[in-house]
Ligand binder design. Structure first.
Ligand SMILES: [Zn+2]
Length: 397
């Protein structure tokens, strides 16, 4: 199966400068390509990858910044654009801005990538035009390289390989199904009452984040000080993001390892992050309410949790089922009574109709599981096996 491996790169100053320029070139190619596609659409015409790639190759004669960049990376940008436009339409695909989109470029051809281990801690990779670059060997590659992406994250450069690890998809593990709720009191709560929490941002970091944001708001656009503040913010955000990624990988692995079916809400991520609690970029007024900020950070990773779950499920013999969110936090799991005042507090659920009381997040997770089991046509999933063979008691892990 295909899996990702990311390593910190140790560019020389020249390489770093060059990588920035390649990133710029790919971004510009994306934007020009997108504008060209829109222009064609406006005229009722169409331009595809093949023609755009041909024109780009021609433009290299006139533009040194284009000619100096590795051709596979530029072509890959046009391929990505082609896919994005096919999927969302040329007018919905977004521009890439220098400020908002960190540089990233991909080398799709494994034959042009050479990786060597030079010592216990260091490896090196040879990439088209960039040449040999050292990277920290933080974990084994564990397979055949398929492609490589160079990216900048939080002010640091990384290389990410997609490798074929030679493993085959696991057979259904036959374990009991579970519902998962993204909670307030706990980051992740399951229908069996398992809870897992993690602070993504420390109180000190929350204060610092706010101060940096205020600083940024005061500073003049284009100034050096503003750029420095931005770099500090990026570094802080990267640290928070890394903690979240770590948490999500751990959680996804545990959930899919212990369960044959994991039911999650297919949340509209944009709606969630725009909650009253604020977002990571603009947290609610009261930073002391760190639960809110923490939740906002987790909410931003919800989409990532879904993809991580699906990835881990294939290794652990589990299935992921997404159900549309529908009042899961207000509905009584015991009698089905649904009312906003069912929720006694953030943590406790008490039904106004039947008096059923439960942890609010567990109640929600149970509803999510029920919604998943009610989905018609999913009888062929692991549920049928697991539900019928194993009594509910077995679920308490
Ligand atoms: Zn009830």
């Amino acid at each position: 199966m295909l899996t990702g491996r990311r390593y910190p790169l140790a560019f020389t100053p020249e390489q770093e400068e060059f990588a920035e320029r390649i990133g710029d070139a790919c971004r510009v190619v994306w934007n020009i390509g997108l504008e060209q596609r829109r222009e064609y659409r406006r005229r009722g015409a169409f331009i595809g990858y093949v023609e755009q790639a041909r024109q780009m190759a021609e433009a290299k004669k006139d533009f040194p910044w284009l000619a100096e960049s590795p051709a596979p990376a530029l072509q890959q940008t046009l391929i990505d654009l082609d896919r994005a436009c096919a999927r969302h339409g040329a007018f919905k695909v977004r521009w890439r801005s220098k400020r908002k989109n960190a540089p990233t470029f991909r080398f799709p051809d494994a034959n042009k990538i050479t990786v060597e281990r030079v010592s216990r801690r260091w490896g090196r990779v040879k990439l088209p035009k960039l040449g040999w670059t050292r990277f920290r060997w933080t974990r084994p590659l564990g397979g055949q390289i398929r492609n490589a992406t160079v990216l900048k994250d939080g002010g640091r450069w990384y290389i990410s390989f997609i490798v074929e690890d030679g493993l085959v998809e696991a057979a259904p593990n036959g374990k009991p199904p579970v519902g998962v709720d993204l909670g307030v009191a706990h980051a992740v709560t399951t229908s069996s009452g398992w809870m897992r929490d993690r602070e993504f941002i420390t109180p000190g970091e929350a204060v610092r984040l706010k101060r940096l944001q205020q600083q940024l708001a005061r500073q003049q656009k284009g100034s050096n000080r503003r750029r420095a503040t931005r770099a500090k913010l990026a570094k802080l955000n990267a640290r928070v993001r890394a903690r979240r990624t770590d948490f999500l990988a751990w959680t996804a692995n545990r959930l899919t390892h212990d369960h044959g079916l994991v039911v999650v809400e297919d949340l509209n991520i944009r709606n969630m992050t725009a909650s009253a609690k604020g977002t990571l970029a603009a947290p609610g007024r009261n930073v002391a309410a760190k639960a809110g900020l923490n939740r906002a950070i987790l909410a931003k990773g919800w989409g990532k949790l879904l993809t991580t779950l699906e990835h881990k499920a294939r290794y652990n013999g589990s299935q992921i089922l997404r159900v549309p969110p529908a009042f899961t936090s207000q509905t009584c799991h015991a009698c089905g009574h649904c009312a906003p005042d069912n929720r006694k507090s953030q943590a406790v659920f008490r039904c106004r109709a039947c008096g059923h009381q439960d942890n609010a997040d567990v109640n929600a997770a149970k509803n999510i599981l029920a919604a998943g089991l009610a989905v018609p046509g999913c009888g062929d999933l692991a549920i049928r096996r697991s539900v019928k063979r194993q009594p509910p008691k077995a679920e308490a892990a």
